[in-house]
Ligand binder design. Structure first.
Ligand SMILES: Cc1cc2nc3c(=O)[nH]c(=O)nc-3n(C[C@H](O)[C@H](O)[C@H](O)COP(=O)(O)OP(=O)(O)OC[C@H]3O[C@@H](n4cnc5c(N)ncnc54)[C@H](O)[C@@H]3O)c2cc1C
Length: 310
């Protein structure tokens, strides 16, 4: 098999890059180690910055995000018990964020790829990248018990933090920087209406809290906990009580509680690898850097990387 760009990973970075290249007439094949159902089943970020919305539009897949996403013109910062609204729209000269789940972005990109008849190899095992410094890099992988080879002009390493691409970069060229924070975020996803129309970032003596959302009926909440804390220490009722304790009276009064669709503790850290190019292989998204999940920065940074790479 041969293609111009071999994209490793069908997360948002890989799928978006594939669609933008297709729109530009560049041939690309995506190699993904998981199944389509697994990729679509991952619940992750949910806020799209303007740059991500613009790139989805350029990729021709922005229609549903515009129709179903919740546009937000601002955010609220809560400290010392008072909320202060930051008008993003006015301060940035017209930008806004759109609440729209990463899962839905992934679905839109996968659907567009399938509709265009583009090749994505799912369930690829033992993916390896070769000859990065040459004019003829290659990717090998196993599927259905057979070894396959994909010859290409360029490799895009969009395979996330645990992927093979960064791990295959020459050790003498790769520099990495990491900071592990002494806290994590206990997060709950629940089918309850959000406490407020816009996101609330709360600084309190009990620790940080974030009121986010995925839709008008699905909320995403976080409270900061020590990084030694364990999910077994928390019941959903304890979570709602602690979240309420970190909100102002108005938000607390609006807090609707319910069972958790998902509840986990995410350790927080920052990780940066440089450079992002090794011969004919380029890194994009979580493959190159991990940021704390505030404001869906990881998803938006992945999209931004792809915008520059494309
Ligand atoms: C569990 C989790 C929860 C998150 N929650 C939030 C959140 O609430 N808010 C927020 O802002 N951000 C969140 N993030 C971060 C955000 O989702 C990421 O920044 C974003 O997904 C980055 O996109 P990506 O395409 O670069 O990488 P990924 O989404 O990680 O995609 C990489 C793809 O490569 C595939 N892959 C990996 N290794 C290989 C291989 N060897 N061969 C082939 N394919 C491979 C993976 O299966 C995956 O499909 C979360 C991340 C994780 C992991």
């Amino acid at each position: 098999m041969r293609t111009q760009v071999a994209i490793i990973g069908a997360g948002p970075a890989g799928l978006l890059l594939g669609q933008l290249l297709y729109k530009s007439g560049v041939d690309a094949i995506i190699i993904e180690q998981r199944s389509p159902d697994y990729v679509l089943g991952r619940i992750r970020a949910g806020v799209l910055e303007q740059v991500s919305m613009d790139l989805l539009d350029q990729a021709g897949v922005g229609a549903r995000a515009h129709a179903e996403g919740l546009p937000h013109d601002g955010i609220e910062l809560l400290f010392k018990g008072a909320r202060h609204r930051i008008d993003l729209h006015e301060l940035t000269g017209g930008s806004r964020v759109t609440v729209y789940g990463q899962t839905e972005v992934t679905r839109d990109l996968m659907d567009a790829r399938a509709a265009a008849g583009l090749t994505t190899v799912y369930d690829a095992q033992n993916v390896q990248v070769h000859d990065l410094a040459s004019q003829n890099p290659r990717v090998t992988y196993q599927k259905d018990g057979q070894t396959h080879e994909l010859a290409c002009d360029f490799i895009a390493g969009c395979d996330g933090y645990h992927g093979v691409c960064r791990a295959s970069a020459p050790a003498d060229l790769l520099k990495t920087y990491e900071r592990v924070y002494p806290f994590g975020w206990l997060g709950v996803l629940a089918d309850v209406p959000p406490v407020s129309h816009e996101l609330i970032y709360a600084n309190t003596e009990r620790g940080f809290a974030l009121c986010s959302m995925r839709s008008a009926t699905r909320s995403r909440y976080y409270v900061q906990v020590p990084n030694t804390d364990k999910i077994e220490n928390w019941s959903i009722d304890q979570f709602w009580t602690e979240l309420g304790n970190r909100l102002d009276p108005e938000a607390r009064a609006n807090l609707v509680t319910g069972p958790a669709l998902e509840m986990s503790i995410a350790p927080l850290r920052s990780f940066v690898a440089e450079p992002m190019r090794f011969g004919r292989m380029f890194l994009a998204g979580d493959a190159a850097h991990i940021v704390p999940p505030t404001g869906a920065k990881g998803l938006n940074l992945a999209a931004s990387d792809v915008g520059f790479l494309w």
